[in-house]
Write a protein that binds this ligand. Sequence first.
Ligand code: HEC
Length: 206
Amino acid sequence: MDYHKIVLFHRIVVSLFLLHYVVKLALLLLKKSDLLATYTAKTKVAEMVVSALFLLTGVYLIVAGPALVTLQWIKIAMVLASIPLAIIGFKRGNVLLAILSVVLILGAYGMAEVAKKKRNQVKTEDLSALADKEKGQAIYTQSCTSCHGPAGDAMIGDAKNLRESKMDDAQMSVIIKNGNAGMPPFKDISDEDLKLLVSYVQTLKK
Ligand code: HEC
């Protein structure tokens, strides 16, 4: 299966789910209880389908994707916690619980964005004492192994096998800086670090 397409699909499903609950919350807050009841009844099947797809694609991404960082676990916990709150809140017309559930889902969404940003940063402050070759390797270990594995051939989440890459230094530099498909961009890497990293990645080739 195409991991990258599932990621996109998951995002679409999550956005639909979010939109649905924002609409429900708005109706609840505006005290349009008749409209809320009609909307809820009309969207019942669609909600079940979207929720199931939400969970299925989520589980797939957990299993097939790179290991999760702490922020992503917190995100998942928030989503799971929001489900019973939403069910009870909207069923009983309890505004506080309903708001809390939507805030949790929105917060989880924000958390996912922060986690993504953090993951794509290369931290090199504590690597300054290392020799060049070790520094390249250290950056690789820190930022790349979650998808490419220590040897470059793990191919987690559709990541390319770096040991079989035909790219030269310049091409590698471009894809590392700008990303492509499921490959995240590492925009803030310095030119010097990028050079060390690329030389290291080249040594992984067979
Ligand atoms: C979140 C997962 C992920 C992380 C983290 C990641 N990559 Fe990738 N990488 C990918 C994917 C997916 C592709 C394939 C992209 C495509 O189809 O063009 C890829 C492709 C590449 C390629 C192109 C190989 C080729 O021959 O096409 C290089 C080089 C590369 N990554 C290096 C790195 C380096 C260096 C790092 C760390 C700074 C890194 N990657 C971090 C997922 C990742």
